[in-house]
Design a protein around this ligand. Structure first.
Ligand code: NAX
Length: 328
């Protein structure tokens, strides 16, 4: 059988971790013929480590045929040793009275340390997905902290936004999600993101024409996708977890196994495409093949789209400026 792939997951005792680990171990992320080793990181705190061991007991109790080994860590230098894939889920949540700037700084510290650890000990071709918020800026910090690794291997999760948008579109148009293609979510994983339906098709026909409701697009669709995370918190009393884990599985599966020509949204370091400054981790339409993604080129950007794309870019640049001192 194939040699095992080493997968690190941080924040492994958290709620996304709980929805994610069992699906990785069952082969839904890397394939039903791909053995995996899980290297799980949690904070050293006794309660977190105890909870992590509880999750590992449950992993044992699933007797997953593909799960070769599971290890628990409190130090990224051991957790990331030789990993091929790193899912950076753990992050500092916003506490009471915490300002956005404090949140950025606290997370910048975590992702500096983790970026350096990846740089030191991970596989030289490690694929990194940052889920922990602010995801794009955390990915940027980790990338900048890992100068010996390929920058293109640092990505942020926009796939949940993409999937949320797909279902909104399918419901509005009375079509099936599986038939919708060429949807894009540009920019930051935050309410400023821009879900762009101009190129989307359903069974090859223009979805925008089929829906034919510009007011719905601007006043309902775009804000609904942008505020979906808050709506879930309002309804559930907890933030999205199963859907976030599902999106992480989708992101990595497509990256590793290929999207078969389909467009998917990934937060990736810009190469300057569409006027987005190089290095900014930004949601782009990509196709994936042979373990590499390629940004879809040649799309026409109209005034409305440019304005939206600039707005979400401005927020990312502001976040980056807020942590610039830590990256010197
Ligand atoms: P939880 O608070 O349930 O779990 C997070 C876990 O991470 C905790 O167990 C904590 O001990 C651990 N942790 C914190 N700092 C760590 C560190 N330095 N190293 C290792 N572990 C650490 O949060 P959960 O609901 O699982 O969400 C995790 C992150 O995902 C949050 O930052 C959240 O905002 C973010 N999300 C991102 C989404 C996206 O689309 N990009 C959507 C869902 C989610 O909101």
């Amino acid at each position: 059988s194939k040699p095992a792939v080493r997968v690190a997951v941080t924040g492994a005792a958290g709620q996304i971790g709980y929805a994610l680990l069992f699906r990785i171990a069952s082969g839904e992320m890397l394939g039903k013929d791909q053995p995996v080793i899980l290297q799980l990181l949690e904070i050293p705190d006794e309660k977190a480590q105890k909870a992590l061991h509880g999750v590992m007991m449950e992993l044992d109790d699933c007797a997953f045929p593909l799960l070769q080994e599971v290890t628990a860590h409190s130090d990224p230098m051991t957790a990331f040793k030789d990993v091929d894939i790193a899912l950076l889920v753990g992050a500092r949540p916003r506490g009471p009275g915490m300002e956005r700037k404090d949140l950025l700084q606290a997370n910048a510290q975590i992702f500096t340390v983790q970026g350096k650890a990846l740089n030191a000990v991970a596989s030289r071709n490690v694929k990194v997905l940052v889920v922990g918020n602010p995801a794009n800026t955390n990915a940027y910090i980790a990338m900048k902290s890992a100068p010996d690794l390929p920058a293109k291997n640092f990505t942020a999760m926009l796939r949940l936004d993409h999937n949320r948008a797909l279902t909104q579109l399918a419901q509005k148009s009375g079509t099936a999600v599986k038939d919708i293609e060429k949807l894009i979510v540009w920019g930051n994983h935050s309410p400023t993101m821009y879900p762009d339906i101009r190129f989307a098709t359903v069974n090859g026909e223009s979805l925008e024409k089929k829906i034919n409701d510009d007011v719905w697009n601007k006043d309902t669709f775009i804000p609904t996708v942008g505020k979906r995370g808050a709506a879930i918190i309002e309804a559930r009393g907890l933030s999205s977890a199963a859907s976030a884990a599902n999106a992480a599985i989708d992101h990595v599966r497509d990256w590793v196994l290929g999207s078969n020509g389909k467009w998917v949204t990934m937060g990736v370091p810009s190469d300057g495409s569409y006027g987005i400054p190089e290095g900014v981790i930004y949601g782009f339409p990509v196709t994936t093949e042979n373990g590499e993604y390629t940004i879809v080129q040649g799309l026409d950007i109209n005034d409305f789209s440019r304005e939206r794309m600039n707005k979400t870019l401005a927020e990312l640049e502001e976040e980056r400026n807020g942590v610039a001192d830590l990256l010197k």
